[in-house]
Write a protein of this length. Sequence first.
Length: 201
Amino acid sequence: MSAKNSVLTRSQNRSFNIGSMQVKRILLLAILAVITILVWAMLWDKTDWMSSPVDTWNFFVETIRNPVTYSNLLATVIRLYVGLFMGYVAGLGAAFLMHKSPWWNQFTRPYVFIALSTPALAFCLISLMIFSLSDFGVYMAIAGTVFPFVAISLLAGLNSIDAHLSEMTKVFRFNELDRLWHQSLPEMAPHLFAAFRNVHA
């Protein structure tokens, strides 16, 4: 009984410590925010590029009250997710090609690593120069940035699939869909999530 009480006490102390750390963190952030606003209020009129806190707040309120803000935000989110989807599909296709055939691996790998070493800003500029300010140009800029990270992560997942389990699926006559659903996807799940993480990073 005493051991149980000791465990409960330790758990309660740990929860209290975590809660107190969170409170301290919130207080520290609040103090930093107040100091930042005070410094801003004292220095804004001494510069040519900074507006006052009051003007900034009024502009913020006006912006969130304007319905155009939300239509523009929705359009931006749609462009973002369409570009991410295109980049993910392209990366998935490249990973499968590189995994299935040595020839495709040698053919595709240089393009993947060129895309990986190209800065995202360069992708954006190249895409805008080719496709102008169209939505497709935005899609291609996002997809080109995302593509190499997805391809490399998924290729690592495909290469890590257990060959013995693959042989067993053939022995038990799994079709391609069953093999994908029952073997490939579960084994590739960590790499799929890693690809999502790299994409959002």
